[in-house]
Design a protein around this ligand. Sequence first.
Ligand code: FAD
Ligand code: SIN
Length: 545
Amino acid sequence: MAFMAALLYHAGPGMSQQHNYDFLVIGSGIAGLSFALKAARAGNVAIITKKKSAESNTNYAQGGIAAVTSAEDSFESHIQDTLNAGAGLCKEDVVRAIVSEGPAIVRDLAEIGVRFSERENARGEYDLGKEGGHTKRRVLHAGDITGREIERALLAAAAAEKNIAIFENLLAIDLITTRKLRQPGPNRCLGAYVLDEFSGEVSVFAARVTLLATGGSGKVYLYTSNPDIASGDGVAMAYRAGASVANMEFIQFHPTCLYHPKAKSFLISEAVRGEGAVLLGKDGQPFMKKHHPMADLAPRDIVARAIDAEMKRTGADSAFLDITHKDAGFVQKRFPNIHAKCLEFGFDMTKTPLPIVPAAHYQCGGVVTNVDGETDITGLLAAGEVACTGLHGANRLASNSLLEAVVVAERAAKKLTSSPPDLPPASYHLPSWQSGNTGDPDELVVVTHNWDEIRRLMWDYVGIVRTDKRLLRARARIQNLQREINQFYWNYKVTPDLIELRNLALVAELIIESALLRRESRGLHCTLDYPHALPAAYDTVLRKA
Ligand code: FAD
Ligand code: SIN
């Protein structure tokens, strides 16, 4: 553990350690840290995170954070762009609330030390980028490593806060709820079971309030821009605990990830198109004008589908992203990280078009919350990519997720500090973790095999363009895999890989079930069986019986 908290104590002989906190935050990306910094004013906070604290989707964000900060922009314009991208499924009140808090959020981030890029020769004025679906320049960025800069500043602020303890390499296995403990009354979250990745011990973290800030689930797909932490743990834990999960079929595929066997789908930011890059087919011809009036800067679902169609039509392995017509000095200065990374793989983007393919990037659905992060379980909040507030609808507008994460996390913390929830009774000693004790020699190969199989089947059968036949095939496969994984899970000692595999399988199942429930094509869910959107928009909500 990176940090020993003052409040650590032993719950009693024969029981696992119980750590008591006012607030338990699961995840140290932008949502978890933003919440913790505000909640620390009202009580002590434990942040647990399953790897090093910076390892998160946040850390890899490139384009930036969308917010209205220029005189040429307006809230109404940002709201309309969000609603258009969301294809009729956004909750307009949520969109209005989140967009209108954008400028204050930018000020908060700047205050804690985030250094956003400024315009040359105009100090004090932010340099604003443009991305798909935006009709105005409104994306604040820190070069092309915005997420790394935000994560650095938030972690530094959290480290300086005496009421916050950060525990690295602790993986939350499951939420502890009154329902799970078979207690009467409404379901209430009491904390979580947590695995120490080094010692293999499972302890109890008890808290008045638990925030899920575990990010997304990109690893469900074979090709993804996401780092390894994105295995959908939060959605899986919340679903198992009885929370509602919505709109999981809306998986956003980022149109432009570098096509190279060793690049692990490295993202080429949409901001590159915002500065004039054009998508080309294998014949070297631009093709986006055929698909949308905004051409290369159309909303992301449309661009990803157009690339997919172009590749299928021509039998090409990739499309190409061309910014060679722009001044090489400008490109290197605006996109230093992307330029350098591409050079490592042998591509000089100032001289040759980059081979690109779409890859799974963002989970638009998630644990159902309101704009204050409240779920339908008392004492359980969710914020960031794990949550579904209704902001994104059927397709997220670029750079709206960092914005949403901070707004919702801060609102959640503010609401708690103004009306703190009741403490669970002081005598609350939660039962220790029970599972099998032995390791199994066969385990590694089964875990690896099933992990690969899930990711491939999701890519092949539940990808950018879907059919009922393929979805039903995927459902049958995933149900078999679930049976095998559960058998393993309950009979043998839990390991991080096994826990993530179990979560990945459940999230895959939730995506498939939601996709089967959506009998229309809308936003990111495109099915050949129902090619049109239905007149009335609806959410696909799943909840464990
Ligand atoms: P994350 O930042 O992913 O943090 C999740 C945290 O939870 C991590 O610390 C993880 O280790 C921890 N965790 C997960 N499971 C467990 C568990 N079981 N136990 C303990 N800890 C756990 N969005 C934008 O708005 N603008 C952009 O420019 C942008 N660019 C992007 C570029 C890339 C390459 C990627 C992958 C995403 C990008 N996004 C962007 C999306 C955005 O980065 C994410 O949606 C956002 O950062 C999510 O923040 P979060 O706090 O919800 O989760
Ligand atoms: C990008 O930089 O293209 C990613 C932006 C986002 O996912 O919002």
